[in-house]
Design a protein around this ligand. Structure first.
Ligand code: DC
Length: 225
């Protein structure tokens, strides 16, 4: 039996992570945070002291790294080679590094099988940039979540503040614009909505309203009751 998949793609700060987690919890489905995999490749590359432009080295790391995601939504634990790195990979710097290594087709190819292996019964919510276009093109429901650049910078700012990290709103706006441009313009698997994606603009919507909309779209496609 094929495993049902719901993909949620969109730019940084659109709310993908929060929405994906909440919908996965409501449906009792597994969750793939594909951005975390790119962040882990970037971190592992730094730890192995790879040159920043060493594509082959990063591909080796992507293929070999031992990654485990905790199942407790409270802690959102991420283990790299058995070490807890969830806090480290969430920094803005690691987001930039991840976006850089993610532009290399060979790194993306090295992560493909690992991502598809997350599709296990009863279902998978996959969060990223190319979930609906490349990794799970057969997904039953595809969402493309957006929000204005100003709103996304403001959300990221609040998120970092909450975690006790220092942040500057103007620096974040600049970084988000840079990352958007790189993620959207790369040759392989750029950030574009799948032709059959449902678009949701979350700029003026509360998180709960977006979750309800996704749950309703899933219900209409008989993904859940
Ligand atoms: O979703 P995120 O901010 O954790 O992702 C970090 C970077 O990883 C993002 O800027 C681009 C890259 N990425 C990607 O290229 N494809 C994905 N499916 C997920 C993330």
């Amino acid at each position: 039996m094929p495993v049902p998949v719901l993909t949620i793609d969109g730019p940084s700060g659109s709310g993908k992570g929060t929405i994906s987690r909440a919908v996965a919890r409501r449906a009792g489905w597994h969750l793939l945070d594909s951005g975390a995999l790119y962040r882990l490749v970037a971190l592992a590359g730094l730890e192995h002291k790879l040159e920043r432009d060493d594509v082959a080295g990063h591909v080796r790391v992507a293929a070999a790294m031992d990654v485990r995601f905790g199942t407790d939504p409270q802690t959102e634990s991420v283990l790299l080679e058995g070490r807890e790195v969830s806090h480290t990979i969430r920094s803005e710097q690691m987001g930039q590094e991840a976006s850089r290594v993610a532009a290399w087709p060979a790194v993306r190819a090295a992560l493909l099988g690992r991502q598809r292996a997350f599709a296990e019964p009863p279902g998978l919510v996959a969060d990223g940039r190319d979930m609906g276009t490349v990794v799970f093109p057969q997904a039953e429901l595809k969402i493309f979540l957006t929000a204005s650049a100003e709103e996304r910078a403001r959300r990221r700012y609040n998120q970092l503040k909450q975690k006790g990290s220092s942040a500057s709103l103007s620096a974040l706006s600049r970084e988000i614009a840079e990352r958007d441009a790189r993620d959207s313009s790369r040759a392989v698997a750029p950030l574009v909505p799948a032709a059959d994606a449902e678009r949701i603009d979350s700029t003026d919507l509360a998180i709960e309203a977006v979750i309800e909309r996704v749950i309703e779209l899933g219900r209409r496609r008989a993904l859940w009751a």
